[in-house]
Design a protein around this ligand. Structure first.
Ligand SMILES: Cc1ncc(COP(=O)(O)O)c(C=O)c1O
Length: 407
């Protein structure tokens, strides 16, 4: 519902949020009233060009017609039934996911971090069941980000970051190695290691794509040592990087991988996919979820991924992403532009603070997100056009110039 119908002003929304919510994020001074496609709007109808898609969620664009209709239709018939009852939306989504990504089994969760918890649990269960009670260690990468629950938080290779500091001892069983450095991973593996887990493109850590030889090297290392290769595709999944899953573009198949964000197109859902051999180690009672994969979210997710696939938005990401990166390279104060498909990082020199630039872009009606001190991450909906990119880069140019002039 829009704010007018709710009888609330922008100021009241901000005031109530600040008063009643625990706040951890550097929010934009923006109350989003409604959104459609490439734009988000405030209550007065002022349009903001969306280059972050709710952090890589709104893949087919905000409030995509097909997803909206699926939610509306499903909400009137059945929203939730629990994992003890079969539902058609869940069965149809499971089939669509597995057949599209070429995996045997899927389990639905509610978020990316939960999907990673499930994958970590599955890897440990497999190790302990098949190799012995000490085989449960996982090597992950520095600068990775896997989520904020205890397993995913410990898997996150950022020991000095606020996302880990102050939460007491991390759970045991994780060690870290340097991303894109195969020798570092080889050195980190010991006799108790059961798996290696990485993002094909590190997103939150600053947008660092894996080198193809590194991912293939990890696969070979895992095969040589009898380890599981696990990919976190929470941010890279569902067409973002120019392929349906990033691993498909790299041609390196993991034993299990996770997804979330764009899978739901706006409803909260995550999932872990695994081979049959691995999946059978989750036995009755060993894992579960009350909400995971309920009828409402599965109906929405099915509509979202059908839209992504039918419109071939992976191909759009593959074509428009490099165009966007080329345009970004022309910006003043730019140091490096990197990414894969439409997961793009623009790193500026030390004179430009990414947090300040994000706010300046917002003032000029462009939505972006910052990672680290000098990196702007661009994650537009996958329907983005080259003209949208021209407009976004023009706004960024203006914003950088305004910041630089301010000194
Ligand atoms: C690669 C990756 N894994 C996991 C997560 C955590 O997902 P969620 O916030 O849905 O728990 C994120 C979130 O940004 C992510 O980028």
């Amino acid at each position: 519902m829009r704010m007018k119908e709710l009888g609330i002003t922008q100021e009241q929304v901000i005031e109530k949020t600040k008063k009643y919510m625990m706040e951890f994020t550097d929010r934009l001074d923006f109350v989003c009233d409604h959104a459609k496609g490439m734009y988000m709007y405030d209550a007065e109808g002022k349009a903001y060009l969306d280059f972050f898609a709710g952090i890589a969620v709104n893949g087919a664009g905000s409030c995509n017609d097909r997803v909206v209709k699926a939610v509306q239709d499903q909400a009137g018939d059945l929203m939730h039934a629990s994992a003890y009852i079969y539902t058609a939306p869940q069965a149809l989504l499971a089939e669509k996911v597995c057949t599209t990504v070429g995996f045997d089994k899927v389990f639905f969760q509610n978020s990316g971090t939960e999907a990673n918890e499930a994958m970590i649990k599955l890897a440990r269960k497999y190790g302990i069941d098949t190799k012995g009670e000490n085989d449960w260690k996982i090597v992950t990468a520095y600068k990775s980000f896997h989520g904020r629950t205890f397993g995913a938080m410990a898997a996150t290779g950022q020991p000095d970051n606020a996302c880990q500091m102050g939460f007491g001892p991390m759970i045991q069983g994780f060690s870290y190695a340097d991303f894109n450095d195969l020798d570092s991973f080889r050195d980190a593996v010991d006799e108790d290691t059961i798996a290696i887990m990485v993002e094909p493109v590190q997103g939150e850590g600053g947008v660092y794509p894996a080198d193809p030889a590194f991912l293939q090297g990890l696969r070979d290392l895992c095969d040589e040592k009898g380890l599981l290769l696990l990919f976190d595709e929470v941010q890279t999944g569902w067409c973002r990087t120019g392929d349906v899953m990033a691993f498909m573009g790299y041609g390196v198949k993991p034993d299990a991988f996770t997804m979330a964000k764009a899978l739901g197109g706006g409803v909260p859902i995550g999932a872990v996919c695994a081979t049959e051999e691995l999946a059978r180690h989750f036995t009755p009672g060993s894992h579960g979820s009350t909400f995971g994969g309920n009828a409402l979210v599965c109906a929405a997710a099915l509509a979202e991924i059908e839209e992504l696939l039918e419109k071939d938005l992976a191909a759009n990401a593959k074509e428009v992403g490099p165009y966007l990166m080329d345009q970004l390279r022309t910006l003043p104060h730019i140091k490096e532009v990197r990414g894969r498909g439409l997961l793009v990082g623009a790193e500026f020199d030390e004179s430009i603070s990414s947090a300040a630039l994000k706010h300046q872009c917002f003032d000029n009606q462009l939505l972006t997100t910052s990672v680290g001190q000098h990196i702007i991450r661009l994650l537009p909906p996958l329907i983005v056009t080259k003209e949208d990119c021209d407009q976004a880069v023009a706004i960024m140019r203006k914003s950088v110039e305004e910041l630089a002039a301010r000194g």
